[in-house]
Design a protein around this ligand. Structure first.
Ligand SMILES: Nc1nc2c(ncn2[C@@H]2O[C@H](COP(=O)(O)OP(=O)(O)OP(=O)(O)O)[C@@H](O)[C@H]2O)c(=O)[nH]1
Length: 418
């Protein structure tokens, strides 16, 4: 089976020539960047370009991605990917296509709040159609933090509904029975998807890349249905609800098998600190002003929205802090344990602690946070932190974090005559 399942053979020929594209989607903190790193580390002999779109004003993923050679990654401007769809994404893809050193594969990571459909339509509904071949949409699911409540977000729903391959990631954090239940829920939304269980997004690459699972005609017709014919309407020729993804023969492409080496993540389960359960029940996703997810493209011109800092997608906004100053470790710990509002769903940062020589990569998803040590390796020391959640009190949150900064101890005592 190829991407052009029920399309004429000319398309099948075309599909062999276009740059293959995989879209990685999934809710906040589900493991998309981890998957990208896995791909970049293990894609032997395949030159992969990566486009990342981030929610939040500062680009942290940029620093968290393993770079394999210069210029591997073109970062999109931050913000809602719906808005960049007809401008930045298209432009970024062209930049990749125009490169002299030939790129073999393109991977696009959407923000955790993005609906993958408009991204897919960029490849299908523009002149990119002849230059690229959408191979598959891979959806990451955070098996621990997944909750039906997340589906108050249309984007979160569509991430699963449009996923060709769905990875139930973080399977190390839940037991088998919960994974079985989760799989049933996911299948309810997306019948026929290839569902795999992963830890640290470790999946054999041949299962997710160059698989030809994406069926483009399904999208054109479902979008056309919505835009031109809102009445109940069934296509005589294609039954799109029930397209069966058959098994694929992966013997003919050359992706390296993944590395099974153990990860040494310093994970901490902070279920006992003061975060309550997160509830997404309150917000009304039809009410958000930015994107019309139902139509698969941006209805508005958001030029202005990009510039103000509280971009709102499905009620989620972000607070970002960048400072050339260290945090006092105890104060930050106190903040995490006692002051972090429970409506912060996701945070990530590169942290400089006054007490430490290391560069600390900080992640929070749901109630769990982790802090990993790395070397600074000549990179300038600074503290970067993004927090994402619903109904955030931006000023209060900023003030709490500002409180955690201190004067660098090396700098202390340098003033006034010392
Ligand atoms: N325990 C556990 N942690 C994981 C797993 N996969 C990823 N993580 C951790 O989860 C956190 C979030 O992972 P990311 O890959 O940054 O998630 P993301 O989807 O890119 O996040 P956003 O960019 O915010 O949407 C990081 O601390 C990862 O190390 C897993 O399978 N098990």
């Amino acid at each position: 089976m190829t991407a052009a399942v029920s399309a004429p053979s000319k398309q099948m020929d075309d599909s062999k020539h276009g740059l293959p594209v995989t879209i990685i989607t999934g809710f906040l903190g589900s493991g998309k960047t981890t998957l990208l790193n896995h791909i970049l580390t293990n894609q032997e002999g395949v030159r992969t370009a990566v486009l990342v779109n981030e929610f939040g004003e500062i680009g942290i993923d940029n620093d968290l991605l393993i770079t394999t050679g210069d210029d591997t990654m073109v970062e999109l401007s931050n913000g809602c990917i719906c808005c960049t769809i007809n401008n930045d994404l298209l432009e970024a893809v062209y930049k990749v296509l125009e490169r002299k050193d030939k790129i073999d594969y393109l991977v696009v990571e959407t923000t955790g709040l993005a609906d993958p459909l408009p991204v897919a339509l960029t490849f299908l509904g523009t002149e990119l159609r002849d230059l690229t071949r959408l191979d598959s949409i891979v959806t990451l699911v955070d098996s621990e933090n997944y909750s039906v409540d997340l589906f108050n977000s249309q984007a979160a729903h569509n991430q699963i509904a449009y996923g060709d391959i769905i990875l139930l990631n973080k399977s190390d954090l839940v037991d088998e029975a919960d994974l079985d239940l989760l799989e049933v829920k996911v299948r309810d939304i997306k019948e026929g998807a290839r569902i795999l269980r992963t830890t640290q997004s470790q999946v054999p690459l041949p299962l997710i890349l160059s698989v030809g699972l994406f069926e483009s005609d399904q999208y054109f017709e479902s979008t056309a249905d919505k835009e031109h014919d809102h009445a109940e309407h069934s296509h005589a020729e294609h039954d799109h609800a029930d397209h069966g993804h058959g098994e694929h023969d992966h013997t003919d492409h050359s992706h390296a098998e993944h590395d099974h080496s153990e990860h040494s993540h310093a994970e901490h389960d902070h279920t006992d600190h003061s975060h309550g359960e997160h509830s997404h029940a309150e917000h009304d996703h039809h009410d958000h002003a930015n994107c019309d997810h139902d139509h698969g493209h941006c209805e508005h011109d958001h030029e202005h929205d990009h510039s103000h800092s509280h971009l709102d997608v499905d009620g989620f906004t972000s607070v970002s802090i960048v400072r050339d100053q260290p945090l006092a470790i105890r104060k930050f710990q106190y903040f995490l344990d006692n002051k972090l509002p429970e409506n912060v769903f996701r945070a990530k940062g590169i942290l400089w602690f006054d007490e430490s020589e290391k560069r600390h990569v900080f992640h929070l998803s749901g109630k769990r946070f982790s802090l990993e040590d790395e070397e600074w390796n000549n990179r300038p020391r600074k503290t970067q932190l993004v927090l994402i959640g619903q109904n955030l009190d931006h000023d209060a949150l900023k003030a709490e974090i500002e409180n955690c900064f201190c004067v660098e101890s090396k700098a202390r005592g340098r003033g006034f005559g010392s």
